[in-house]
Design a protein around this ligand. Structure first.
Ligand code: PLP
Length: 824
């Protein structure tokens, strides 16, 4: 026993010494700085290079193994990858955290400080992009041969600042100091065409071959980032495309004095990968979005087809060796592009090409909101992608012809399943295209998948039954448990053993000790340390002092009406009023923590942010509620901030209008880390309740079915308001300017929506939500009961590991084997 410990200590010391040498080497020869002159950013880059070297060795081995065995590859196409920082992720998965910490310590550098230097790679908006990032990690962890394909935006999601309570958007500059994780591949570039015309060539055998002659081409250049799986067992590639003009500088123009005009082509081409989600309220903005989508779909397909041909010779085996997953409809144009590649470029007969296409693609739907399902105006498609439009028409003609032969076919049904929406000025339905072009279509929670069959894809499901399936989302426990919450993770490891991150189901063992007083004490101590750290961050960033022993009630996510931050704000105000009425009662100290960004063009969401900040200002300045209630809005929500808030949350707000949140993943991260959920029966909350038990979650509000029925009767909130004096009072306070004395009418419009047009059922759910919050308070008073419930949440959340999700995709959609991680 003693010898073993000494051995390990010696080998740890060796590892640290080797890393120290390597970091110094990188600092001098790759960063070009001396020890004395190095800034923290220089140390960060040097350390990242050392981790990257270790990853690259195994990366090349992984690529070699995949080539040698010729096994099937998975390609994950996503217009978003919300990665966050990579240093700690890389060190964790390469099992290098402790020796690197020691190495840096010996150099007088603090690893935790370096960690903060790295900018977030924020190439996504929220849940959908973060899912793609978790999936990349789990794909590598399960040793699935996979590529992620996306866009290398020069500017990711905007940086949010709050000024006078209002959101301001600033460009995000993640590449300003370079990116040590990526490899530019200037030799990997493809031509992406737009516009132009089509020539029909009559072949000797009587068939017609179509040749697309684009009017404009842009080049897609690859940038590769290796993604290490847990314990470095397998390394995959995230390949992001950057746009270039084929002819970057018009020298003739430049020399004739038109210096700006000479760069026009370059500016036009490079705008494609300039920003994530360019505003699409103008026609030019819409066109840029479509260009982005085709740009990355086409580059990715050209790349994977070339790889397939090199490796396997013929195109006809594509579906046996390639699975392509479409993360939402953004890459759906890939269906038409693959048909073009097969039919026009490889002379595959249409029927065979269609069979290959369907067998290759899978499509993941992320929303039921009809307005969020992409459609493109036919004239725009015809101008920008004329050949693809022809292909879409042909796919549609065959599809409608087959459907019209079904017994129960009606004109109405054919209109509903057509790829062209004729009702809104002829638009191409990208969700329908993705559906038709895929062999499987999945929702992201059981409820969501069930609802797909009765809402957006009801008619398609009737015509093509059995295609819709469910894959409930998950999150990677390496980042969201171990990296975000190392203290709790070591406690859990003591209980379940050190294979915790290899097999998340082992967490179930925690259930046996959840009621144990000694365990609870340690569990609570770990969480308290996290709350102290968050309190420090809040103090530092906002100058607000919060009490780590208060209940941290957390709602962190994009700001959206359906996510109902406003319901949370209403309850905050109701409680504020009650405390002021009876300040001497035995109140439970609580901190309401909000964080999230609103889309720049979403006026109502921005107003909700302002309301949260206005309420915070009044409440935090009121001496009557001091020590009892605080309201905090933490600006610039991103992955790194989530990693700080989640381990410190006691209560997780998952309060969307039932039927509107496809799954949620924030709910999973929070429950895993021991926050109890207050939530509606929406998205994955339904399955979380099943796993953690109805006693350990606070469910309230209308069900999806009841929401539907309620809306049918009308969405006027007056009845609900008349029934609740509390609610009426709160709304009156907001509307009359109690929280906006400088502009009393600021929220009148917002309140009017709730009274007369409450589509999101805020008023209908208010009382039920309020009562659920009181149940939370009662539970919080009984700390033994609270910590037992929290520990049981952790224990039962193992199923929500993205390893489980990815294993299901592998088996049911991609037909590829998985190799669970672990030693040996
Ligand atoms: C997990 C996560 C999300 C998704 O949160 P939901 O509550 O599921 O909407 C969004 N943004 C970030 C930064 C995340 O980490």
């Amino acid at each position: 026993m003693d010898i073993k410990v000494e051995d390990r200590a010696a080998s740890d010391a060796d590892a640290a010494a080797a890393i120290k040498e390597a970091i110094l080497n990188k600092l001098i020869y790759s960063v070009g700085k001396s020890l004395e002159a190095a800034s923290s950013h220089d140390w960060f880059v040097a350390t990242a290079f050392v981790a990257r070297d270790r990853i690259v060795e195994r990366w090349l081995a992984s690529i070699d193994e995949v080539n040698r065995t010729g096994r099937k590859q998975v390609y994950y196409l996503s217009v978003e990858f919300l990665i966050g920082r990579l240093l700690f992720d890389a060190l964790t998965n390469m099992e290098m955290v402790e020796p690197t910490r020691a190495a840096l310590f010996a150099l007088g550098v603090d690893l935790d400080e370096l960690r903060e230097v790295e900018p977030d790679a924020a190439l996504g908006n929220g849940g959908l992009g973060r899912l793609a990032a978790c999936f990349m990690e789990s794909l590598a962890t399960l040793s699935i041969a996979a590529f992620g394909y996306g866009i290398r935006y020069d500017h990711g999601l905007f940086r949010q600042r709050i000024k006078d309570g209002r959101q301001l958007e600033y460009p995000e500059e993640w590449l300003a100091f370079g990116n040590p994780w990526e490899f530019q591949r200037p030799e990997v570039d493809y031509e992406i065409g737009f516009g132009g015309r089509i020539e029909a060539e009559h072949q000797p055998d009587g068939t017609v071959k179509h040749v697309w002659l684009p009017g404009e081409t842009v080049e897609a250049v690859a940038y590769d980032t290796p993604i290490a799986g847990w314990r470095g067992a397998h390394i995959n590639t995230l390949r992001l495309w950057s746009a270039r003009a084929p002819d970057p500088l018009r020298l003739d123009k430049f020399n004739s004095g038109d210096h700006v005009g000479a760069l026009m082509d370059q500016v036009r081409a490079e705008s494609i990968s300039k920003v994530l989600y360019p505003g699409d309220t103008t026609p030019a903005g819409q066109e840029l979005r479509l260009r982005q989508e085709f740009f990355f779909a086409s580059a990715s397909l050209q790349d994977l087809v070339l790889r397939h041909l090199r490796q396997h010779g013929g195109i006809l085996s594509l579906a046996d060796k390639v699975a392509i997953q479409l993360n939402d409809t953004h890459p759906a144009i890939a269906v038409a592009e693959l048909m073009r590649i097969l039919v026009d470029l490889h002379d595959v007969p249409w029927r065979d090409a269609w069979a290959i296409t369907q067998a290759t693609f899978g499509y993941t739907n992320h929303t039921l909101l009809p307005e969020a399902l992409e459609t493109w105006p036919v004239p725009l498609m015809e101008r920008l992608l004329p050949r693809h439009m022809q292909i879409i028409y042909l796919i549609n003609a065959i599809h409608l012809d087959q459907a019209s032969k079904l017994a129960d076919s009606t004109g109405e049904r054919l209109a509903a399943i057509s790829l062209i929406d004729e009702a809104h000025g002829r638009r191409v339905r990208m969700g329908h295209l993705a559906f038709l072009g895929s062999h499987k279509v999945n929702g992201v929670s059981r409820l969501h998948s069930d609802l797909l069959k009765v809402t957006v894809f009801r008619e398609l499901d009737a015509v093509l039954p059995g295609r819709i399936t469910n894959k409930t989302n998950g999150v990677t426990f390496r980042r969201w448990l171990k990296e975000a919450n190392p203290g709790l993770t070591s406690l859990l490891t003591e209980v379940v053993g050190d294979r915790l991150l290899d097999d998340a189901r082992l967490l179930e063992k925690v259930a046996a000790v959840a009621g144990d007083a000694a365990f609870q004490e340690r569990y609570a101590a770990e969480r308290r340390a996290n709350k102290v750290a968050l309190a420090k961050l809040v103090r530092h960033r906002l100058g607000i002092k919060i009490d780590p022993d208060a209940l941290f009630d957390v709602q962190i996510k994009r700001i959206h009406e359906y996510k109902r931050q406003i319901l949370n704000i209403l309850e905050t105000i109701a409680v504020y009023d009650m405390i002021r009425a009876q300040p001497m009662r035995d109140w439970i100290p609580r901190v309401k923590i909000f964080s999230g960004k609103a889309a720049a063009s979403y006026a109502t969401a921005k107003l909700i942010i302002q309301l949260a900040n206005d309420v915070a200002k009044i409440v935090n300045a009121d001496p009557t509620v001091r020590g009892i209630l605080k309201v905090v809005f933490l600006p610039n929500y991103n992955v790194s901030l989530a990693e700080r808030i989640i381990p410190a949350a006691d209560l997780s707000e998952q309060i969307s209008t039932a039927g509107m949140e496809a799954s949620g993943t924030g709910n999973m991260k929070l429950a895993l880390n021991g926050a109890l959920t207050i939530g509606t029966l929406d998205g994955a909350n339904v399955e979380i309740r099943e796993k953690v038990g109805a006693d350990n979650i606070f469910i309230f509000g209308l069900t999806a079915e009841e929401v539907e029925a309620h809306r049918h009767r009308g969405i006027d909130g007056s009845d609900a308001i008349n029934r609740s004096a509390k609610l009426a009072e709160v709304l009156e306070a907001i509307a009359s300017g109690v929280f906006s004395p400088d502009e009393p009418d600021r929220y009148r419009g917002l309140v009017d929506i709730l009274i007369h047009h409450d589509y999101f059922m805020v008023t209908a759910d208010f009382e039920s939500y309020y009562e659920a919050q009181r149940a939370v308070f009662r539970r919080w008073r009984d700390k033994r009961s609270w910590w037992r419930a929290a520990a049981l949440n952790t224990a039962h959340m193992g199923w929500f590991s993205s390893d489980r999700t990815i294993a299901e995709y592998a088996k049911d959609i991609w037909d590829v084997p998985v190799k669970p991680p672990g030693r040996g």
